[in-house]
Design a protein around this ligand. Structure first.
Ligand SMILES: Cc1cc2nc3c(=O)[nH]c(=O)nc-3n(C[C@H](O)[C@H](O)[C@H](O)COP(=O)(O)OP(=O)(O)OC[C@H]3O[C@@H](n4cnc5c(N)ncnc54)[C@H](O)[C@@H]3O)c2cc1C
Length: 413
């Protein structure tokens, strides 16, 4: 994949918007454009995976919000108010997340929902949507239009190209990987309390540097998504992932059984880069990046989905008003600075991840932690969160970032 390059696009735009990528960000933009009632759009959707029609379930998105967003309701699998954090010694800490709820939706359900909304927009808002199952190889930007060239050599010109193809950041000083293996577990007997989740269980074996945790999200008495997650520099091998998730399921009493009482209905695997690098949402006049490619992934947590929906809502609102679309910063700059310090402290082993995250949840009210992690906290809340962090480890990490380049003076974080 080549980046956006300056040059001459191929004449006038054949469509208004071209979406390069229809993962969370592309789907969310389509959804937001329909909700904002933008009329008469000519849209071209280009992705090697035909998500609007094939609806693959390759990931589950969790996020939290005060109210259940009405437009996502129909794709929601579950929402919870009560969560538990388990310390490294296994001691549980029950959290009431109120007024927040922790939500789960699946990629296939969301794609189906957006496909229905797109069909309705075609009927009621005069949209014309074409899908091309192909990859965008590169994009040429111009003052009035941009041209995308696909892997099969097609050249497609649009007034605006929204690019959510995965891309690496620039100027990263620390990058960890959040990598995980999850099983959707089904049991014949009722085994789960669907009113509460085990949000982070740090009583699992820990890596030398970074952190590992398990979680268990029951959606009904017979079904739960159980995952084993690691933040570390390197991915595990396949046998290691299998062993970790098997061990974790065994600890929860959910090992697969010969009598088929406990089965695996679905396997989820993911790798999310957690970085202090920079993502530029505006690489050209007519090319706009959205999603993880525009910095929507929170460096310290890997959570992305809520920031994606915030970005696309703003962009759709601007397009609906006939204004030039601009992507807002996914997170305030001071949060990105704190993320950079925490990532560095975790990566260089100064910070023991499991006790750190356990204490974060123990020493702060859940609302403060949730708002901090979401990037919506006030400076006062942030000062309180910082007060509960191990100061020596954080100062050491900040000093090491300063010697690598001042984290506060760089626009990149
Ligand atoms: C398994 C998994 C679970 C996750 N769970 C959560 C979660 O619970 N909560 C949360 O907040 N975040 C989660 N994330 C992180 C993040 O929300 C997702 O990665 C999210 O899908 C990012 O959205 P995106 O649109 O930026 O990228 P993607 O959803 O990855 O979409 C990128 C799209 O670009 C397409 N594409 C690739 N190459 C090309 C090309 N050359 N041309 C055109 N299209 C191309 C891909 O096929 C894909 O459809 C998860 C990530 C993974 C991998």
């Amino acid at each position: 994949m080549r980046p956006t390059v300056p040059g001459e696009p191929d004449g006038p735009a054949a469509v208004d918007l071209l979406l390069a990528g229809t993962g969370a960000a592309g789907l969310s933009l389509l959804d937001a454009l329909a909700r904002h009632g933008v009329t008469g759009l000519r849209l071209l959707v280009v992705d090697p995976v035909d998500r609007l029609h094939a609806h693959p379930w390759d990931r589950t998105w969790c996020f939290w919000s005060k109210r259940t967003p009405a437009h996502l309701q129909k794709a929601m699998v579950a929402s919870w108010r009560i969560a538990e954090i388990a310390a490294p010694d296994g001691a549980g800490n029950r959290l009431d997340l109120d007024p927040y709820r922790y939500h789960m939706l699946t990629a296939d359900a969301y794609a189906r929902l957006v496909a229905r909304r797109v069909a309705r927009a075609e009927a009621e808002l005069g949209w014309h949507v074409e899908t091309l199952v192909d990859g965008v190889r590169h994009i040429v930007d111009g003052p009035d239009a941009a041209t995308a060239t696909t892997e099969s050599g097609e050249r497609l010109t649009a007034s605006w190209v929204f690019d959510s193809r995965p891309r690496p950041p620039t100027r990263a000083r620390t990058t960890l990987l959040q990598h995980f293996r999850g099983h959707l577990v089904r049991t014949r007997q009722p085994r789960f309390d669907a009113e509460r989740i085990l949000l982070m269980d740090f009583s699992v074996p820990q890596p030398d540097r970074g952190v590992a945790f398990g979680y268990c999200l029951p959606t009904d008495a017979h079904t739960a998504l159980v995952e084993y997650t690691v933040f570390s520099a390197q991915e595990c091998t396949e046998p290691e992932y299998d062993e970790h998730i098997r061990d974790y399921r065994t600890r929860l009493g959910l090992a697969p059984q010969d009598d088929q009482d406990t089965t695996t209905a679905h396997v989820e695997h993911g790798v999310i880069p957690m970085t202090d690098g920079r993502f530029d949402p505006h690489p050209g006049h007519r090319v706009i990046r959205i999603g993880a490619a525009a910095g929507a992934t929170r460096g310290s947590t890997g959570y992305t989905f809520a920031a994606v929906t915030r970005q696309t809502d703003v962009v759709a609102g601007l397009l609906a008003a006939g204004a030039t679309p601009r992507v807002p910063d996914a997170y305030p700059r001071r949060h990105r600075v704190l993320d950079a310090i925490m990532l560095r402290a975790l990566a260089d082993g100064r910070l023991a991840g499991a006790p750190f995250f356990t204490r974060l949840w123990q020493a702060n009210p859940p609302v403060r932690v949730l708002e901090f992690l979401q990037g919506t906290s006030t400076p006062r809340q942030e000062a309180a969160v910082i007060g509960t962090c191990p100061s020596l480890a954080m100062l050491g990490a900040a000093a090491s970032l300063f010697t690598a380049g001042n984290p506060l003076s760089r626009p990149g974080i």
